[in-house]
Design a protein around this ligand. Structure first.
Ligand code: SF4
Ligand code: SF4
Length: 260
């Protein structure tokens, strides 16, 4: 599972070996496998449970945000290879990026469980509420199979407005109009989400959209990482460098082969 590359990573704070660090250049959170002694405090601390334990090597491992690919200007494998083009990748401060538009402009991509207070840099477009069936097996347009309270628990109070925005834009397209938001969610310009990442890009991200029951059901996951804490005031997605997050020169994550 994708690491959220949190701005306040609980995993990093929990490691007594100081094995977890943030890369200054792109904000990616990595585990130094040479320092890790397999205590697993990070696994307990991560509220999203994105860290697993390699029993054979006795080290904690997680998504590495495909940082070797990023360093070569290539999008992460899950972004590049997803046939549904459900993930977007971009710099949240870049007004032309889909990440910026979905998170900042349209405000339909939301952090998962913001109450965890670790400031994740992966954002999700919540699913449209599916219509429930009545006792006769007919659609009940007034009822939903997914309680809105559940979505508020998952995405916070902003989910109501996000769903209203998506529904409004969907209806606009259904009436023959055009919507920038819908074009992004259905990956109309599918090459953009998986485009090559400019070298030196500080932020990366992703997003899915799916068709279900004949209705557009966006379920987008967006990832934006940032390392420049000087931008923190202007960017929710920017990383506020936490205590102990200073990169130790010469450190490196485990071999990529070991992450497969
Ligand atoms: S999602 Fe978990 S493993 Fe990833 S940075 Fe956040 S706390 Fe750490
Ligand atoms: S493909 Fe890369 S970015 Fe995607 S989940 Fe795996 S390691 Fe993370």
């Amino acid at each position: 599972m994708i690491c959220m590359n949190c701005s306040k990573p609980a995993c990093l704070e929990a490691c007594p070996r100081d094995s977890i660090y943030r890369r200054e250049e792109d904000g990616v959170i990595l585990i130094d496998e040479e320092r890790c002694h397999g205590y697993r405090f990070c696994m307990e601390a991560c509220p999203y449970k994105r860290i697993y334990f390699n029993e054979q090597r006795v080290v904690a491992q997680k998504c590495i945000s495909c940082f070797p690919r990023l360093e070569n200007g290539v999008a992460p494998a899950c972004v590049r290879q997803c046939p549904g083009r459900v993930r977007h990748l971009g710099h949240i401060d870049d007004p032309d990026s889909s990440i910026h538009k979905l998170v900042r402009k349209w405000k339909v991509a939301l952090p998962l469980r913001p109450d965890f207070e670790v400031e994740p840099n992966v954002f999700y477009v919540p699913p449209m509420l599916p219509t429930a069936f009545d006792e006769n097996g007919e659609f009940d347009e007034e009822a939903s199979r997914m309680p809105i309270e559940e979505l508020r628990d998952l995405f916070g109070p902003g989910v109501d407005q996000a769903l209203a925005t998506i529904a409004s834009e969907r209806d606009k397209v259904a009436a023959g109009g055009h919507s920038e938001l819908m074009d992004m969610l259905i990956a109309h310009d599918w090459k953009r989400p998986a485009r090559t990442v400019p070298r030196g890009s500080r932020h990366v991200g992703s997003a899915p959209a799916a068709l279900a029951g004949g209705r557009l059901t966006p379920m987008a996951a967006l990832l934006g990482t940032a390392s420049d804490h000087r931008r923190a005031a202007a960017s929710r997605c920017a990383v506020r460098a936490p205590r102990g997050a200073v990169r130790v020169p010469g450190r490196r994550a485990g071999r990529i082969g070991s992450q497969r």
